[in-house]
Design a protein. Structure first.
Length: 664
């Protein structure tokens, strides 16, 4: 971006101005608002709304006139008894109201359903195609709406990028000159961070609209957390159901939630589980490797735990606790039926005390007994105070299931397994349905186990993404093995650049063009987008490394937080997290830590003043994007000489406007 003003001594990273419309169009994803309406269903709903509330009286009047015109053909009694006239009017009017009700009713979803999947018969193919946008290159993250009427002399600039000059006229339709602004699909895989104080609109203006929009695209799956459940589920379900998509809502603190047992999984990719009456045959215990991963997730020592006390002791007991829990899970897996194989049984195993544990393990001679006894042998020999410490740590680690409803949600009885009323993480990659998985926790439960619960499930989702992508790569390698031996690499559908970010994002090594469904029938590639609202409540192992790795798998992560200080408090040094996020959205009235950090990122080291800023005179930026101005690039910072630029941010310790920083 060109420097603002004539001062050549200013750091180039700190110079900027409000972007002109053509700059926004050039550097962000844009599409006509009318196009968005067509595939999101907004046009149909708006038309229905206008029909129902603006024209109802007109249609009623026309119906009444029609009855009067037909009155000579009525029976002669109709003259003496006006009811015979008005009965036709009443019948037709009721029919009209009924049709309006039926059309509106298709957007109303049963609130009691936690797992739902509307069949294709319920929404005809022609209507479905009207909702689902099939262009795979525009699966973007919605930022808001830009009204070109607020940007003087912008129409010619706009038409340089969009060539149909007839689409945008100066008529009375306000949507003709409106654009949807967003972050394109490739940029989404570089991740997004939203920073805003409470009530700033992180969820309502960005996360909810983007999840609703994700429902409009094929081969797109979403995982989201909700710490104010079931608010998010109620806000986005209409769009996903209208597009015949599947929603899995895990709300363990509420009675009636779908069940989740992390120790079991569905198997048999070649069989459609959801159409298989004998579901029980498709259920098996998780592999030993996954059991060990789960044990490690539960006892990962986070930064807050390492701030005080003996760090080495923390690490030692965390490792020992994870090993002993892993040994317990192996024991339960080999000894008990799958319906009793859950974390509740494991918790009760340790609640019975050391004597019971020693007796059970030493007397066990079943499958895998040698490995199980090797894990426990050293545990039996250590001093009693160490054993007590390890057992206490394990019980504390499993404390998130102490709530009665949560305990019930983590159980999978024989009836639950038979009915299929449970979820596994692999359901997110179901090849027959695009899936939205929401994990909800009430705010009041965050500090009493809710934070650990959603952290563990989120960590499991990330690990399952890696496994799913490896299976796709393995399938791709097997399918192209013979072909690659006889043809050049460019003809063998094997790509060289892992970070190309094109159609499949990990198209680096996978060709998922027209052959996707035939060559990889069991492993259909899907874009995956993760929304971690109020991110600091989570504790995810090595999250900075995960961000870098997830980008390579074609997974986009969006995190939101109230202030940078929350992130520092949770993760300490956040430079690696910060550098692995491609787009930063800083909303109005950011805190001093956030303002200072982004001022430094843009070249200035100090925040000197507290005055509010001046905007550019001569251009009207009011109501730019949903009432917030959109700026591409960087703001002017502050310096010792005060405000001296023609536009941008002047002498402010807080960002008063929306700031979006994108890596070029």
């Amino acid at each position: 971006m060109n420097n603002a003003g004539d001062n050549t001594n200013i750091h180039t990273a700190a110079t900027g101005r409000f972007a002109a419309a053509e700059e926004i169009i050039q550097n962000f994803y844009c599409e006509p608002y009318e196009s968005y309406e067509s595939y999101s269903g907004d046009k149909a709903k708006n038309r229905l709304k206008r029909f129902g509330f603006r024209n109802l009286l007109l249609y009623a009047f026309l119906t009444f006139v029609l009855i009067l015109l037909l009155m000579p053909f009525q029976r002669i009694n109709a003259i003496n008894f006006p009811f015979f006239i008005f009965k036709d009017f009443i019948v037709i009017l009721l029919l009209l109201v009924f049709l309006i009700y039926k059309n509106k009713n298709k957007y109303k979803i049963n609130k009691n359903k936690y797992i739902s999947n509307i069949s294709s018969e319920q929404i005809s193919a022609d209507k479905k195609s009207g909702y689902i946008h099939t262009d795979e290159n525009i699966n973007y993250f919605r930022l808001g709406i830009m009204d070109l009427n607020n940007y003087y002399n912008s129409y010619s600039d706009y038409n340089n990028y969009f060539h149909d000059n007839n689409n945008y006229s100066n008529d009375n339709d306000k949507n003709k000159n409106r654009l949807i602004i967003g972050i394109d699909r490739k940029k989404r895989f570089e991740h997004i961070m939203i920073v805003s104080p409470t009530g700033g609109g992180k969820t309502s203006k960005y996360i909810i609209p983007s999840i609703r929009k994700d429902a409009c695209f094929k081969n797109t799956c979403v995982y989201a957390i909700d710490i104010d459940g079931p608010y998010l589920y109620n806000a986005v379900k209409d769009s996903w159901f209208a597009n015949s998509k599947k929603i899995v809502h895990f709300d363990p603190y509420n009675d009636g939630s779908v069940h989740f047992n992390p120790l079991i999984e569905r198997c048999g990719d070649k069989n459609d589980f959801y159409n298989n009456e004998n579901r029980k045959e498709n259920i098996m215990p998780a592999s030993d490797d996954k059991l060990y991963e789960l044990s490690s997730m539960i006892f990962y020592a986070d930064n807050n735990e390492l701030k005080g006390g003996d760090i080495q002791a923390h690490k030692y007991y965390s490792k020992r606790s994870a090993d002993i829990l892993y040994g317990c899970l192996l024991y339960l897996k080999c000894k008990y039926d799958i319906k009793y194989f859950n974390l509740i049984t494991a918790k009760k195993f340790f609640e019975k005390g050391f004597s019971f544990i020693e007796k059970e393990i030493k007397s066990y001679n079943g499958n895998n007994s040698k490995k199980i006894k090797e894990i426990f042998n050293n545990f039996f020999e250590i001093p009693s105070y160490e054993r007590a410490k390890i057992i206490t740590d394990i019980l504390n680690g499993l404390d998130f299931i102490k709530n009665a409803n949560v305990e019930n949600a983590f159980k999978t009885t024989e009836k639950i397994l038979s009915d299929g009323n449970f979820l596994t993480i692999k359901d997110l990659f179901n090849k027959n349905n695009d899936t939205l998985l929401i994990v909800s926790v009430p705010k009041e439960k965050i500090n009493s186990g809710g934070s650990r619960l959603i952290s563990i499930i989120t960590d499991m989702v990330i690990k399952e993404i890696y496994e799913n992508r490896r299976e796709i790569l393995k399938n791709n390698s097997a399918s192209n093995g013979n072909k690659a031996d006889n043809e050049p690499c460019e003809k063998a559908n094997i790509k060289a650049d892992v970070n190309s970010g094109e159609k499949a994002s990990i198209k680096a090594e996978i060709d998922l063009g027209e052959k996707a469904e035939s060559n990889y029938d069991d492993f259909i590639y899907k874009d995956i987008f993760i929304y971690l609202d109020e991110f600091p409540v989570l504790n995810i192992n090595n999250f900075d490394i995960e961000l870098a790795n997830l980008r390579k798998t074609g997974t986009g992560v969006c995190i939101s937080l109230q202030d940078i200080s929350f992130l520092k408090n949770k993760y300490g040094d956040i430079s690696l997290i910060d550098s692995n996020i491609g787009t930063h959205i800083i909303m109005g009235n950011a805190g001093i830590d956030t303002a200072k950090r982004y001022s430094e990122k843009m070249g200035h080291k100090y925040v000197m003043h507290t005055e509010k800023f001046n905007t550019v005179s001569g251009r009207n930026f009011k109501n730019g994007i949903d009432g917030i101005d959109l700026s591409f690039g960087k703001y002017d910072g502050v310096n010792d000489s005060g405000s001296q630029y023609s536009g941008g941010l002047h002498g402010s310790c807080k960002f008063q406007k929306l700031l979006i920083l994108c890596k070029r």
